[in-house]
Design a protein around this ligand. Structure first.
Ligand code: IMP
Length: 428
């Protein structure tokens, strides 16, 4: 099973990092194909927590790691993560695409200014410069990793880009900030020298690995509902977060993908703005946020939480061509009775079974719920993990069966705690 894509089926933060780490044990290469340091992938092993923004989650297994061309690389974050890992005794076997685009400090500044200008249309970004970097890529102003290794190209391109940004900052946003072009160039060159050994043609290397029968995991960042084309526009991110994005963002053919795993949290969460039909603003919402530790990994912001929205997951199943589902954070719902799952939206006098493109229509959508009996609060998850699926409370099994029935996909992994070992793998 060589090419496996792991994607988020909701709005990010589905615990893809944990699932990737789990599956990385039997893989050879782990590839990030989209997004940048806006991602926050958490892996917990033996009580120790690791948080990655750029480094693929397979790092703890010592696997070969790739940042594909579709990733936007923030040099400062990358160097910090590499150094942190080295301090912990890891030697990341990292390979960075020469075609990946570089995030500069002015992109982060512009991100904040754009958000302020947009007012109610702001997405509540992570302010990591993601949108402005992808915008420059599409407008062909962008600076790629390959340029960092070529002093002449870097100087020529940065000259134009920094002048453009200076004008935008002063004349569009009216900010009295002066960019130091010399310092920006020096920092970029320094970064180029620091990472030159990691830079390669990632597409070529991954295709070779697949030719040799190696297992390659493509680790998606963010979630399907944040996708630039298919997400809740304009409240999503700026990259292709869906399985198809793995092909574009890593340089592999769709023919090379053998399996697509959709990661879904047992409930809904989102950071940032935008419609969220099943949002819970009551005590149940507070409880889920606290028990599930729903605070942004990248920004620390409290996440908005809600009942499980299967309209989202069904939409994701179609867009990604998901083969199987990994359900995470099932334990967080313990002690809540009854539980609700949204199976459709009511929009005026119409029923909807998909995410509408029109944001005003989406804002008017009301969830249609099915109610299920919850399970007790004091569940011995350790015992259940040891004994397997059959040991789950009957109500939890029914919850999973309902998901399988509505989404028409099998569940292959159930995560009941943040630790790597707190997982039930089905049909092993
Ligand atoms: P950006 O990707 O920083 O531009 O943010 C755009 C939108 O996507 C905002 O609503 C963010 O909160 C959201 N977002 C970006 N990255 C993540 C993530 O890794 N998890 C969850 N939400 C994210």
């Amino acid at each position: 099973m060589p090419g496996i894509v792991i994607v988020g089926t909701q709005l990010g933060d589905e615990a893809k990092g944990k699932i990737t780490d789990l599956l990385a044990e039997n893989a050879d290469c782990i590839v990030r194909f989209n997004g940048g340091a806006n991602a926050g992938h958490t892996v917990i092993v033996e009580g120790k927590t690791y948080k990655f923004h750029l480094i693929p989650s397979g790092v703890l297994h010592g696997k070969r790691l790739y940042l594909g061309n579709g990733v936007v690389v923030d040099p400062e974050v990358l160097i910090e993560e590499l150094e942190g890992l080295k301090r912990e005794g890891f030697q990341p076997d990292l390979h960075i695409s020469d075609r990946a685009h570089v995030v500069f400090s002015f992109h982060k500044l512009e991100d904040g200014l754009q958000e302020r200008f947009k007012g109610n249309l702001r997405a509540g970004t992570t302010k990591r410069g993601i949108g402005p970097t992808y915008a420059d890529k599409a407008a062909r102003f962008g600076i790629r990793i390959a340029d960092l290794l070529d002093e002449e190209a870097l100087k020529t391109k940065l000259d134009v880009l920094a002048d453009l940004k200076q004008k935008i900052i002063n004349q569009v946003y009216g900010e009295d900030i002066k960019l130091d072009k010399k310092e920006i160039l020096e920092k970029a060159s320094m970064f180029g020298r620091a990472i030159s050994d990691y830079v390669c043609d990632v597409s070529m290397e991954i295709n070779e690995a697949l030719d040799e029968g190696k297992t390659v995991i493509f680790e998606g960042a963010q979630g399907t509902l944040l996708d630039i084309d298919h997400g809740v526009y304009p409240y999503g991110t700026s990259s292709s977060t869906i399985a198809g994005g793995a092909c574009i963002g890593a340089g592999v053919s769709p023919k090379r993908i053998d399996k697509i795993i959709g990661v879904m949290k047992a409930y809904t969460s989102r950071v940032g703005t935008g419609p969220l039909p099943t949002e819970l603003k009551d005590d149940i919402g507070k409880r889920i946020r606290e028990v599930g530790k729903e605070y942004g990994t990248t920004t620390g912001r409290p996440r908005r939480v809600g009942w499980l929205d299967l309209v989202q997951v069904k939409y994701s199943a179609r867009l990604n061509g998901i083969d199987e589902l990994a359900i995470t954070k099932l334990d967080v719902l313990s002690g809540i009775n009854p539980l609700k799952i949204c199976v459709k939206y009511r929009c005026g006098n119409k029923m909807l079974d998909r995410i509408p493109a029109n944001i005003h229509t989406f804002e008017k959508c009301e969830p249609v719920y099915e109610e299920l009996e919850g399970w007790k609060a004091d569940v011995n998850w350790r015992r259940i993990v040891n004994e397997g699926y059959e040991a789950l409370p009957e109500q939890a099994k029914e919850y999973i069966r309902k998901i399988e029935e509505h989404v028409k996909l099998p569940v292959s992994i159930i995560s009941v705690g943040p630790e790597r070992r707190e997982t039930i793998i089905l049909n092993e």
